[in-house]
Design a protein around this ligand. Structure first.
Ligand code: PLP
Length: 414
């Protein structure tokens, strides 16, 4: 019989070296964040709220300069009223592309929610990129890696205005790209074309020592209720990169001419600063939780990706639960150990836009925040559960053990 307590105790021993690696990265990133706060002389007055147009909001402007320093780039826009990662990505795409241009995705099909933005799916006439005469092309990953040869061979087409790459695996079974690989891509693109390199950076921030912007990516985009909000941001998104690309995106966000010079902060600036301050540490907690989960489930004879001993480039962990009952048990176990809505019992449901039923577990302070421990999985073979987050390793560990216990109990009954 599987002894969960024994496995958990063993895990802490075996994972020591891994945890050390995560903590070293967190220390390096924390140093960079702290340095940026000091260089920009962040002070109490920057937490003041602005209303109306939000002109001359020095807190908001300082936050964006701090962010740009942390990301090693010229400019950044960090706003509580960007509603999601998808919204930030749509702002970026519409900001950079013009009729007649080509959008080239080099990591296969982008995240599902971008299908309608690009016009891969959805109704004609709703205002997708396709409606505006922007052509879409895609190059698949090759053995999980960027296919540099194929990318190089198409770059001579001068209509390719934006090369798009997704760092994280998202909810697919591909590999996550390292910041070094994205760095190589930037070099390749810049050597042969004037195209912008745009990166979907969701779930990748602060996992490594560097961000794609450190390699010269033009526009790097993400959500503040994932890694860079540190579990503190109540809402929001960001984009960061070269002055030109960020400016173009900011014109799309508000209006041409106004860009990032307006936008009331409505009292949100402090939690965004605080979130950025926490982000390297919080990301580290999520990484530890994911590695712990991989270890425990591998020892319980489930297949995990990444493996506990693998390098990690994002905070996502998957487990193949094998059958519907296990998947449901996992989500219920995780939910019951959440700080919020621990009493709720997750049920599979028909989520709009998905062909199979989906089950989710989320017991978060911030609705939908996936830097907080959360899970979901479609009810289809091989019943893979995708999960991520964990504001503290301690609570993450308790959540994972609760999920494992439910799964094991369910198997004993079966
Ligand atoms: C989360 C995520 C997004 C954006 O998702 P939202 O739910 O709109 O915030 C985009 N791409 C990837 C890879 C993601 O993980």
């Amino acid at each position: 019989m599987i002894d969960l307590k024994k496995i958990a105790a063993e895990a802490d021993e075996k994972l020591k070296e891994k945890f050390n690696e995560f903590e070293k990265i967190s220390e390096i990133n924390t140093k960079r964040v702290l340095d940026a706060f000091r260089e920009e002389r962040v002070s109490d007055s920057h937490f003041l709220s602005s209303s109306g147009y939000g002109y001359s909001d020095s807190g908001r402007d300082t936050l964006e300069r701090v962010f740009a320093r942390v990301f090693g780039c010229e400019s950044a826009v960090v706003r509580h009223n960007i509603v999601s990662g998808t919204h930030a990505l749509a702002i970026g795409l519409f900001g950079l592309l013009r009729p007649g241009d080509i959008l080239l995705s080099v990591s296969g099909k982008p995240y599902d929610t971008l299908d309608e933005v690009i016009g891969i799916s959805g109704k004609r006439g709703d205002g997708s990129l396709a409606d505006f005469g922007i052509e879409y092309r895609q190059i698949e990953l090759k053995d999980g890696r960027l296919d540099f040869e194929s990318i190089y061979s198409v770059l001579s087409d001068k209509r390719i205005k934006t090369v798009f790459v997704q760092r994280s695996r998202g909810y697919s079974d591909r590999r996550t790209l390292s910041h070094e690989e994205i760095g190589e891509l930037v070099k390749l693109v810049k050597s042969k074309s004037n195209a912008f390199v745009m990166v979907d950076n969701c779930y990748g921030e602060f996992v490594g020592e560097k961000e794609p912007t450190h390699y010269g990516a033009d526009l790097v985009v993400g959500s503040l209720i994932k890694n860079p909000g540190g579990g503190m941001a109540e809402s929001g998104g960001y984009f960061a990169g070269s002055a030109r690309a960020v400016n173009l995106a900011s014109y799309r966000m508000t209006s041409v001419g106004i860009g990032s010079e307006a936008g009331a902060s409505l009292g949100q600036t402090k939690s965004l600063f605080k979130g950025l301050f926490y982000a390297p540490h919080t990301t580290c907690q999520a990484l530890k939780t994911a590695a712990f989960a991989a270890y425990v489930f591998e020892k319980c004879n489930f297949s995990a990706s990444p493996l506990w001993s693998d390098e990690r480039y994002d905070i996502i962990q998957t487990i193949q639960t094998g059958n519907e009952k296990n998947l449901i048990a996992f989500c219920r176990g995780l939910q019951s150990a959440s700080p919020i809505d621990s009493f709720a019992v997750p049920e599979p449901w028909d989520m709009p836009g998905y062909s199979d039923k989906v089950i989710m577990a989320a017991g978060a302070f911030t609705q939908g925040a996936s830097i907080e421990l959360s899970a979901d999985g479609p009810l289809r073979e091989p019943y893979t559960v995708f999960f991520q987050g964990g504001l503290t390793y301690e609570s993450g560990k308790i959540g994972i053990l609760s999920a494992a216990e439910e799964v094991l109990n369910q198997n004993r009954k079966a």
